[in-house]
Each structure stands twice: as C-alpha cells, then as structure tokens.
Design a protein around this ligand. Structure first.
Ligand code: ZN
Length: 256
C-alpha cells in the first residue's frame, strides 16, 4: 500500500516537472550508450532523471554558469547505473558540484611509519563519503563514451560502492555467493595490474589498477559505455556487474 502511494506520488511529481524534449534529446546524444535501450527502459530513465533533478541539489564553483542542459546531462548519466535498482540507491548523497575544469584538492594520509603526508592533487571528479559528487564540466563535455569513459557513471559507482562501508570495490550485492564476485574481480584486477606493470596498453582505463575501488568504478564505466570491451577482456566481471546492476548492455548494444 505504502509503495503504491509512493509510486503514485512520484508519477505526479514527474508529470508536474517534465524534462523538455529538446533537453532530453541532447542528453541522450551526450550518452550514446542509451541508444540500445528499448522504449520501456527509456521512459523509465526519463522518469528517474526527472526525480533525480527534483531531489538533488546542483551547484557550481568558480562562476561556472549552471544551465538546464548541464543538469539534465548529469541526471541522465547518473540514472543509468540505477535504472533497474531505483533512486533509493543514491540516498547517501544530495549535492552535485560542477567545476569548470579540473580542481585541486589537498589530500592527507598517514604512512605505515605514522608519518603524515600532505599533497595537492588535480582531479576531474570526486565522491566524498557522505558528501557531494564533484565533477569537472570540461572533462564531462569532452569525454568520449566510445573510449569507455563516463565520469558521472564512475563517480556514481563510488557512491554505490560505499553503501555498505568503505570504498573497496564491493557494493551491497543482492544475493548468492559473494565468493564468485571476489574471485572474478581479484582475477581481473591482478591480470590488469600485470599488464600495466609490464607497460603494455590495456583496453580498459589503466587507472583501474590504482586499487579495488577504482577497478570497480572503471569497470562500471566500461560496462555501460563499452560493454563489448569488458565482455571480451573480463567476461566474469561483466557477468557479476550484469547481476549487480540488473542490466545486460552488451546484447542491447549489438541490436542498436
Ligand atoms: Zn575514482
């Protein structure tokens, strides 16, 4: 009963604030991997993106002018990973901060000897614990999905990863054996690290070799934007992600 009321309320909210057709079409062009979605999935994506726009708070830094085009592009990309999971999976953040370009952060870590290190780093995206998702608009605008890149999906994957604790590449799985997830990801991660250490080119972004959390985020990016690459190179990881996201983008891509 409660769920029915909630669904009805959400439909009412969506109908009161529809995404204009022009903005919707532009956002789909910015996310070409949506081409394979059927009408049911596209309608659902539009509904979720509308609710995302209503629920999340967008701000900008350094005088970047926030436009509706920017908001809709981010919303559509962000809703791809939760298309079959639901927006509740994003309850752990409220804010989206857009910077015009890369931004500098001061990072602090303590090494094994207890020595504190501080370093400034230039980032194009960041997901802060319970805080906002921070994005470089310049990166977002210029990235190419055909190269397996999608900054919004990447940062959203980090948010899903921390739903059950630390960023460790291990999001809350639905059911079944977690052992097969660990096996698939450990095998793929080790294989990628070997390639990177040997100086060989890899088809998925070598940044995935940074740690288990980055591997999960990059694998998620590749899963949605270039599922063919992930399917060919790491079929077990593809299978695990298809189970977690409840989506199977590779056959959809072949039909598009
Ligand atoms: Zn990352």
């Amino acid at each position: 009963m409660l769920q029915k009321l909630k669904t009805r309320y959400q439909r009412w909210r969506v109908s009161r604030h529809p995404i204009p057709d022009r903005l919707w079409s532009a956002a789909l062009r910015a996310a070409p991997y949506t081409r394979g979605l059927d009408k049911r999935a596209r309608d659902k994506l539009r509904e979720l993106a509308t609710l995302f726009l209503l629920d999340k708070r967008f701000t900008t830094a350094h005088d970047l002018e926030l436009t509706d085009d920017m908001r809709v592009v981010v919303a559509v990309k962000a809703c791809i990973p939760v298309l079959e999971l639901g927006l509740d999976y994003y309850d752990n953040f409220k804010g989206i901060v857009l910077y015009p370009g890369d931004f500098r952060v001061q990072e602090r870590h303590v090494d094994e000897a207890g020595v504190v290190h501080e370093e400034a780093r230039e980032l194009c995206g960041q997901s802060l614990g319970q805080g906002p998702i921070v994005l470089s608009w310049d990166t977002l605008r210029n990235e190419r999905a055909q190269d397996g890149q999608d900054l919004v999906i990447h940062e959203c994957a980090h948010k899903l990863d921390i739903l059950n604790g630390d960023a460790d590449g291990f999001p809350p799985l639905h059911s079944g054996s977690t052992a097969s997830w660990v096996r698939a990801f450990q095998y793929a991660y080790d294989a990628l690290c070997r390639e990177v250490d040997a100086g060989r080119d890899t088809r998925i972004d070598p940044y995935a070799s940074a740690d288990a959390a980055e591997f999960f985020a990059v694998a998620s990016e590749t899963f949605f934007t270039r599922p063919d690459i992930l399917f060919d190179d790491f079929p077990e990881v593809y299978r695990q992600l298809a189970g977690f996201y409840r989506q199977d983008p590779y056959p959809l891509m072949r039909q598009a």
